[in-house]
Design a protein around this ligand. Structure first.
Ligand SMILES: [Zn+2]
Length: 227
């Protein structure tokens, strides 16, 4: 019969420890280990998704050694889930074969991808409120259809419709504030555009590094299976 002291430490006992001790324990783990911890219990998930845990996720990337850094608009847990999460569509829960799309920062099945993306030339049709001066393409990440997972019928750049919607809503509101002469409106508009330009720079920098990493990681995994 198992003695009480020989039992595995429960999620409850872990979360009853001081947070700095929990972080110390987790500091040697990889991003995949941390994801498994998040899936273990609601309480541990809450701890790991909090802002204070960001350094643990960052050190996990270093433990794994070669995991690329994440974009400024994506949280560390989101990035870990994108790279190491199960091959399941995050929208419908069906199988999502292939690699996640790092430019669109989503792992979705072909049907959800087709239903939730629009081509660049379709943006004016879907968003008639968009004016040329908004220069939407400069502020919303896009992906080339040649990347894995895109329906072959589409050519050129594809945008996640919800991302376009978010940016259009923000820019429409901020432009309206400027036109209405609201105090600080121009600064708010400039700040928003600057934050979006940072995201776009990150897409180029970390998206490319991430794609390379994904290709290498997939190749390594296949090689392991063949051994
Ligand atoms: Zn789906």
């Amino acid at each position: 019969m198992e003695h009480a002291s020989q039992k595995e430490p429960s999620a409850l006992s872990l979360t009853s420890l001081p947070l700095d001790v929990v972080y110390e324990i987790f500091s040697e783990l990889t991003p995949l280990d941390l994801l498994h911890i998040c899936w273990t219990s609601r309480e541990l998930r809450r701890v790991m998704m909090s802002k204070q845990s960001v350094t643990v996720w960052m050190s996990a990337r270093k433990v794994r050694n070669d995991v690329p850094a994440c974009r400024s608009d994506v949280s560390e847990p989101q990035w870990a889930y994108l790279l190491f999460g199960p091959p399941i569509c995050q929208l419908c829960g069906q199988d999502a074969p292939g690699r996640p799309n790092l430019q669109l920062t989503r792992r979705v099945c072909m049907s959800c991808l087709a239903a939730n993306t629009i081509a660049e030339y379709d943006i004016p049709k879907h968003f008639p409120e968009v004016s040329a001066e908004m220069e939407i393409a400069k502020y919303v990440p896009s992906a080339r259809t040649a990347l894995v997972g895109f329906p072959p019928r589409e050519k050129g750049l594809q945008y996640w419709t919800g991302d376009v919607q978010d940016v259009v809503s923000q820019l429409t509101k901020l432009h309206a504030d400027v036109e209405a002469g609201k105090e600080g409106a121009q600064v708010a508009l400039d700040d928003y555009k600057a934050s979006r330009r940072t995201v776009m720079r990150d897409c180029l920098k970390y998206g490319a590094a991430g794609e390379l990493w994904l290709r290498r990681d997939t190749r390594d995994r296949v090689a392991l299976i063949r051994i």
